[in-house]
Design a binder for this molecule. Structure first.
Ligand code: FAD
Ligand code: SF4
Length: 477
C-alpha cells in the first residue's frame, strides 16, 4: 500500500523557506525569502491534516481548494496542484508572496490552533505557481470563440487585471486603460521588490497582452480621455481605479520642504528599480541615502517605506506610530522584518509640528492609551508636556489613502458614492448605479488587500458576462 503522505504535523515541524540575513537584504531590493526546494515543499505540504471542513479555505477570500493542492504537492503531482490552484486564483504566486496569511488562511489553520505551527500555505502556493512558470505549464490565453462585445476597464491593478483575465478567456474584447506607463497598479508601483519582485508582475501583464488584452497606458481617464468617450466605445465598463488620495498631516511647518507622501516616495523607488530616470530621486528629494528618515504611520505602507529607506542607505530610520505595537494595523511579520533590518519604532508617538524649512526635526507628542472608543479600541491621548524633537532630513507621510472624487473628476453625477467617497456597488457583482458600469477593488472597499481585489475582479467579470449575455438576448428578440 502507498505510504500516507499527509498528517505529518506531529512529526514534521513547521519550516518556512530560508530567509536571507538582515545585513544581506539591506543591500538590495530582492525578495527576502528563497524558494522551497522540491523535497521541502512536499514535506511541508504533507503536514496538512486534510480537515473535512477546512477553515483555511473558508478564510481565504478566494476560497482556494488549499487541502487539495497541498495533498497533490505532497504526492509530487505538482502540475495537477497548479491546475487546481489556478482555478480559483488568477495570480496565486502573487498572493502566496504578499497576502497577510497570518490573518487569512494560515491564521485559521487547525493544526496551528492545536499548537503545532500552521502549514506554510502561502509559501507552498508560491512554489506551485513559480514551478508552473518554470516548467511552461502556464499557457497563453486562447479563447475558444471570439465575441463582438467589448469591455473597457479603467485601472490595471489586480482588480482590473483579474477581471480582464476572466473576460478575455470568455472571448470578450478587453481594453484596459491606465494612467501609469506600466500595468500592475500598486503591485508595480506601490509594493516594493523585497516583497514582490517586478518580473513576477510583468510576466502576468505580458500573459494578458499575449492573450489579446489591449492596454492603453499613459492615459488618465478624465484628462486624456473622458469617461463618456470610453463609455461610448464599450458595451460595459469596469472601474478599478484604487484609492490614491493620501491622508495628510497638519501642525506648524507641515508644508516644509522634505515632507513627502509615501506613494510618491515608493513609486520613485520602484521606478529606479526598473532602471527608469527619476529626477526627484536623483535630486535627493525622494531619496533617503545618507539622511535621517522619519516615517509617520503604522500600516503596511509605513513598513514598506521604512524598509525602502534602509535599502537606499539612510543614516537612520525611525517609525512614529500613535498607538502601541499590539494596536498597529500593519502586519507583525513586517514589523519584525523591519526591526531586524535596523528600523527603530517609536510607539505612542504622534507628530504635532515640524522644525525648519527644509525640515530638520519633527515635534513628537508622546501619547498614552485612554478609554476604549465605540469600536472597543483604546484611543490614544496626549501626555501633557511630553513633546520632544526627533531629528529628520526627510519625513514620509504614510497615514493611509482615500478615494479621489470620481463623480466630479469625471463629471458623472449619476455615479453614486458612499459618505467615504468609495463607489457604491452591489456586493457580489460590482454593479454601480449606472447601467452597464461596474466597480471593484479598493475604489469600492477602501484601501484593502490584493486578494480581495482579485476576488472582486473575478466576481464582477462573471456578472459582466451575464450582463452582456442579457443584452445580446434582448438584441436578438
Ligand atoms: C505601499 C502599499 C503596500 C501594500 N502592501 C500590500 C500587501 O503586502 N499585501 C496586500 O494584499 N495588499 C497590499 N497593499 C494593498 C493593495 O496593493 C491594494 O489593496 C490593491 O492593489 C488594490 O487593487 P486595485 O486593483 O483596486 O487598485 P490599484 O492596485 O491601486 O490599481 C488601480 C490602478 O488604476 C489606475 N488609475 C487610477 N485612476 C485612474 C484614472 N483616472 N485613469 C486611468 N487609470 C487610473 C492606477 O494608475 C492604478 O494602476 C498595499 C498597498 C500599498 C499602498
Ligand atoms: S490567496 Fe492568500 S489567503 Fe488565499 S490561500 Fe493564498 S495566501 Fe492564503
Amino acid at each position: 500500500m502507498a505510504k500516507q503522505p499527509m498528517l505529518k504535523f506531529v512529526t514534521v515541524e513547521r519550516d518556512m523557506p530560508e530567509k536571507r540575513g538582515a545585513e544581506d537584504r539591506r543591500q538590495d531590493f530582492h525578495e527576502i525569502y528563497a524558494e522551497f526546494a522540491d523535497a521541502k515543499a512536499k514535506e511541508q505540504a504533507g503536514r496538512c491534516s486534510q480537515c473535512g471542513v477546512p477553515y483555511c479555505q473558508s478564510h481565504c477570500p478566494l476560497h482556494n481548494n488549499i487541502p487539495d493542492w497541498l495533498r497533490l504537492t505532497a504526492e509530487g503531482r505538482l502540475k495537477e496542484a497548479y491546475e487546481i490552484s489556478q482555478l480559483t486564483n488568477t495570480f496565486p504566486e502573487i498572493c502566496g508572496r504578499i497576502c497577510p496569511q497570518d490573518r487569512l488562511c494560515e491564521g485559521n489553520c487547525v493544526i496551528e490552533q492545536s499548537g503545532h505551527g500552521t502549514v506554510t500555505i502561502g509559501a507552498v502556493e508560491k512554489y506551485i505557481t513559480d514551478t508552473a512558470w518554470e516548467e511552461g505549464w502556464v499557457e497563453t490565453i486562447k479563447p475558444s470563440v471570439e465575441r463582438v462585445e467589448s469591455v473597457g476597464i479603467i485601472g490595471a491593478g489586480p482588480g482590473g487585471l483579474a477581471a480582464a483575465d476572466v473576460l478575455r478567456r470568455a472571448g470578450v474584447q478587453v481594453t484596459v486603460y491606465d494612467r501609469y506607463d506600466r500595468g500592475g497598479g500598486l503591485l508595480t508601483y506601490g509594493i516594493p521588490g523585497f516583497k514582490l519582485e517586478k518580473d513576477v508582475v510583468m510576466r502576468r501583464v505580458e500573459q494578458l497582452e499575449q492573450g489579446g488584452v489591449k492596454f492603453v497606458l499613459n492615459c488618465d481617464v478624465g484628462t486624456d480621455i473622458s469617461f463618456d468617450e470610453i463609455r461610448k466605445k464599450h458595451n460595459a465598463l469596469l472601474i478599478a481605479t484604487g484609492v490614491y488620495k493620501s491622508r495628510d498631516l497638519g501642525g506648524p511647518g507641515a508644508g516644509a520642504k522634505g515632507i513627502v507622501r509615501a506613494i510618491d516616495y515608493l513609486t520613485a523607488s520602484n521606478r529606479v528599480c526598473f532602471g527608469d530616470q527619476v529626477p526627484e530621486y536623483e535630486s535627493g528629494e525622494l531619496n533617503a541615502a545618507g539622511k535621517r528618515i522619519v516615517v509617520v504611520g503604522g500600516g503596511d505602507t509605513a513598513m514598506d517605506c521604512v524598509r525602502t529607506a534602509i535599502r537606499q542607505g539612510a543614516k537612520s530610520v525611525t517609525c512614529l506610530y500613535r498607538r502601541d505595537r499590539e494596536n498597529m494595523p500593519g502586519s507583525q511579520r513586517e514589523v519584525a522584518n523591519a526591526e531586524e533590518e535596523g528600523v527603530k519604532f517609536e510607539w505612542l508617538s504622534a507628530p504635532v509640528g515640524f522644525v525648519g524649512d527644509p525640515v530638520t526635526a519633527v515635534k513628537v507628542q508622546k501619547m498614552r492609551l485612554g478609554a476604549p472608543d465605540a469600536t472597543g479600541r483604546q484611543s490614544p491621548e496626549p501626555i501633557e508636556g511630553a513633546v520632544e524633537d526627533a531629528p529628520a532630513d526627510l519625513v514620509i507621510k504614510a497615514l493611509g489613502f482615500e478615494p479621489e472624487d470620481l463623480p466630479s473628476l469625471w463629471n458623472q453625477k449619476e455615479l453614486e458614492v458612499t459618505r467615504w467617497g468609495t463607489i457604491k456597488a452591489e456586493f457580489t457583482t460590482g454593479q454601480t448605479a449606472m447601467e452597464g458600469v461596474f466597480a471593484v477593488g479598493d475604489i469600492v472597499r477602501g484601501a484593502s488587500l490584493v486578494v480581495w481585489a482579485i476576488r472582486d475582479g473575478r466576481d464582477s467579470a462573471a456578472a459582466i458576462l451575464n450582463y452582456l449575455n442579457g443584452a445580446t438576448a434582448v438584441a436578438a428578440e
